[in-house]
Ligand binder design. Structure first.
Ligand code: SF4
Length: 410
């Protein structure tokens, strides 16, 4: 492309930004061909690229969620990606431990910012232990090199009790703070284990370990709000749920920089329900089952009461454990098709059920490979994936009519 070799989608994206392009290509036949392209302004190239080959992770963290997956799931779920390109493009967290000089040059040349970085700890020795990799580079030197070139970061710290809490955490926050506005946000996330986390030898996280972590994050956040105008460091929702502490209001999270990482999503849900419950249509005596994970269940009644008083609907909360990952995994998004069947299979008292939309992927498949369409077809009542209740209950005519037709046809 204009004399530069194309290695992947990043090169394609950045090197095709010009309107005049000379593309030298080798065809499958072996013939070389030169395309001289003048692109009308704003037109896309109309080219589909093959999916990129993913950069694999060189670490072996004891707490790795991939190592905690049961055997026999579909292959892509076992890919341990650690890819700065996906960090920039999709917000995947990367440790940067497999970065070569050429990668630094590309990040700086293409200004791949912000990057989402799994820092975990800044003291080098502690980070080697956490990533279970003695060859891991010094993250501070890496961040410095990139920050000097204008790159910004969102950082996450997966906290393993005894390894990166206490002094290591304090030092890490101090180091990240010293990067000034190059580090945009920091999330503290409790180590998440399943019954298959066979590598893990550390302590699990409980209320007693979660509470001091929140004290630390809130102390730093107080300073950040005073000096920088935003909280900067956030305990994840799971940390608050574990500590049985009230979650901060939505305003605390600013523009929700790490909502995809489970930071502020409960408060965002509450805010959405509060704002929109009154706009929902009257649903009469509709009996609605709500399937959720065990950690979120205690926080649901206040939301459901609010929707109930606005719509007249009655709600049945159905807290459900993950059969695939075991009782230590309490997150609603990790429920699988078998759990939904079990949770709703015996119910004769529902007109409609809502399940967490995060349980199915874009292709409509649960983590246990069950297809949503197959699962929903086993029930006499309609079942809908929902992110926040409002998304489904705001469209009652549509779902009632469509589902009535499906049920009648069965
Ligand atoms: S960095 Fe650690 S947690 Fe992430 S994929 Fe690699 S081994 Fe797993």
């Amino acid at each position: 492309m204009n004399g530069r070799e194309i290695a992947d989608f990043l090169d394609w994206e950045f090197l095709t930004a010009d309107d005049e392009l000379v593309i030298e290509a080798r065809l499958p036949s072996g013939d070389d061909v030169v395309f001289d392209v003048e692109r009308p302004e704003g037109e896309t190239m109309g080219v589909d690229l093959e999916p990129p080959s993913i950069r694999r992770c060189a670490n072996r963290c004891e707490f790795c969620f991939i190592e905690g997956l049961p055997k026999g799931m579909r292959k892509p779920l076992y890919i341990r990606d650690d890819d700065y390109r996906l960090s920039f493009a999709y917000g995947n967290f990367a440790t940067l431990s497999n970065l070569k000089d050429r990668d630094f040059e590309r990040i700086l040349e293409y200004r791949l910012s912000p990057l989402y970085v799994s820092v975990h700890a800044t003291p080098w020795e502690a980070r080697k232990v956490l990533l279970n990799n003695p060859r891991v580079p010094d993250i501070l030197a890496q961040l410095r090199r990139l920050a000097e070139g204008g790159i910004q970061f969102h950082a996450q710290m997966v906290i393993v009790p005894g390894l990166n809490d206490g002094d290591v955490l304090e030092q890490s926050l101090q180091d990240l703070w010293s990067f000034d506005d190059a580090v945009i946000s920091v999330a503290m996330v409790p180590v998440g284990l399943t019954q298959f986390s066979h590598l893990y030898t550390g302590r699990t996280m409980d209320r007693a370990t979660a509470l001091p972590l929140l004290e630390t994050s809130e102390r730093w956040a107080e300073r950040a709000i005073k000096e920088r105008g935003h909280a900067w460091v956030y305990g994840s929702d799971e940390l608050y749920l574990l500590a049985r502490r009230e979650l901060p209001p939505i305003e605390y999270y600013g523009d929700l920089p790490q909502i995809e990482n489970g930071v502020g999503s409960v408060s965002a849900l509450r805010a959405r329900v509060r704002t929109h419950a009154r706009e929902l249509p009257w649903l009469g005596q509709l009996r609605i089952g709500v399937v959720t994970g065990t950690s979120m269940a205690p926080h649901m009644p206040e939301l459901l009461d609010e929707i109930s008083s606005a719509t007249g609907a009655e709600f049945a909360l159905i807290p459900t454990e993950s059969s695939l990952f075991g009782p230590t995994t309490t997150t609603a998004g990790l429920l699988v098709g078998a759990d939904i069947r079990r949770a709703l299979g015996e119910r004769k008292d529902l007109d409609l059920a809502l399940i967490p939309a995060e349980t199915i992927n874009d292709a409509g498949v649960f983590l246990d490979d069950a297809r949503f369409e197959d699962v929903r077809a086993t029930f006499e009542f309609p079942v809908h994936p929902s992110y926040d209740f409002i998304d489904v209950l705001g469209e009652p005519e549509q779902f009632l009519r469509r589902e009535a037709a499906i049920v009648a046809a069965r």
